[in-house]
Design a binder for this molecule. Sequence first.
Ligand SMILES: [Zn+2]
Length: 123
Amino acid sequence: MHEFAFAHNIFKIAEETAKKYNAKRISEVYLEVGELTLIVPELLKQSFKMATTGTIAEGAKLRIEMTPGKIKCNKCGKISTVSITEEAKLTGLQLFQCKHCGSKDTEIIEGKSANVKNIKIQE
Ligand SMILES: [Zn+2]
């Protein structure tokens, strides 16, 4: 469960941005979350609610867009889109096979991070 720590970080980023614009409230936060982070959107929303209680982001809507993972093959150099498997969810092990040549010699190039894309504020 890393959702709570994660929600707190999102709040910090949103708060900093809001301060720059002298905002009194944050009403929405747009987030892009890589699928390979293993973050569960519902849990993240709950955590965000808890993390923002009593702050300028209290009651703010969290909009989450999941982005697929991408791997690059070290053998053929091609890029494949990957989804998290049930097995990976349980073990945390993320080994992906190239969809082009079948090699397991791959590296994750996208999907392991999350970014605050935008926030909506009230001045
Ligand atoms: Zn390949």
